[in-house]
Ligand binder design. Structure first.
Ligand SMILES: Cc1cc2nc3c(=O)[nH]c(=O)nc-3n(C[C@H](O)[C@H](O)[C@H](O)COP(=O)(O)O)c2cc1C
Length: 219
């Protein structure tokens, strides 16, 4: 049996093939089995498909093209990352560009690659994970576990997935079109669909630091 952890990767371009409703439901039913503090299940997930997703895509892309600054008030981005973390991220970005066939100085290709985020990588399904604002980091952790399991469930059912911070850059658009109430924080979007296996954006293969680097054994 193939290992689901090896199958999952971040897909950055999807085919237009729709996800059958039954498959989507199976993925969501599996992700729903995620553990959480006292089984509180503190996630509210807004799933956009079809015409609603097209409206969302259009509005989001328009905001991006009009250079409306991203609003990270729901999930603040760190002002400064610890240096060793920043180094890992820099290496990852460089690798994604290189393996996607984008030259370092090709500003136009880099821009198109980033813009791709704002039409949700062409995905036929976008799930936005939200949570009541009154909860604490424990529930944020639960929502993260849910997001991880959602991606693994997708792989289990033959779908690609994309966790995307960029997809929640314009929370006001998501609130308006998906009816997300103000008392819920919009945390992250996870795109789902069938990977476009021909597209160079899907060539990158990520690596990990060896477990000796960040797993701390004591015997
Ligand atoms: C919370 C979170 C937010 C992310 N946001 C983005 C994003 O906005 N755009 C993107 O292309 N990838 C995004 N990623 C994907 C990561 O870049 C990717 O997981 C990492 O490089 C490892 O690659 P892999 O998922 O293919 O193993 C995000 C991942 C996570 C977990």
């Amino acid at each position: 049996m193939s290992n689901i952890f090896d199958q999952r990767k971040t897909v950055r371009k999807y085919t237009s093939k729709p996800v059958p409703h039954e498959v989507l439901i199976r993925v969501l039913e599996d992700a729903q089995k995620s553990p959480s503090w006292a089984n509180s299940q503190p996630w509210e997930v807004y799933v956009a498909t079809g015409e609603t997703l097209e409206r969302l895509r259009t509005a989001n892309l328009q905001a991006y093209d009009e250079k409306i600054p991203a609003d990270d008030a729901n999930m603040p981005w760190p002002a400064v990352w610890p240096e060793y973390i920043q180094e890992r991220m820099n290496a990852a970005y460089a690798k994604v560009f290189e393996q996607s066939g984008i030259a370092r100085d090709d500003q136009q290709a880099r821009e198109e690659n980033w813009r791709n985020n704002f039409y949700f990588f062409n995905a036929p399904v976008a799930a936005f994970i939200c949570q009541d604002r009154n909860l604490t980091e424990w529930s944020t952790l639960d929502a993260g576990i849910y997001a991880g399991n959602l991606m693994l469930a997708a792989a289990q059912h033959g779908l690609g997935s994309t966790p995307a911070a960029s997809s929640v850059s314009y929370p006001h658009i998501l609130r308006e079109i998906l009816g997300i109430p103000d008392h819920q924080r919009i945390m992250v979007g996870v795109m789902l669909g069938y990977e476009d296996q021909e597209h160079p954006y899907n060539r990158p293969v990520s690596s990990r630091v060896p477990i000796g680097e960040n797993i701390h054994f004591s015997e």
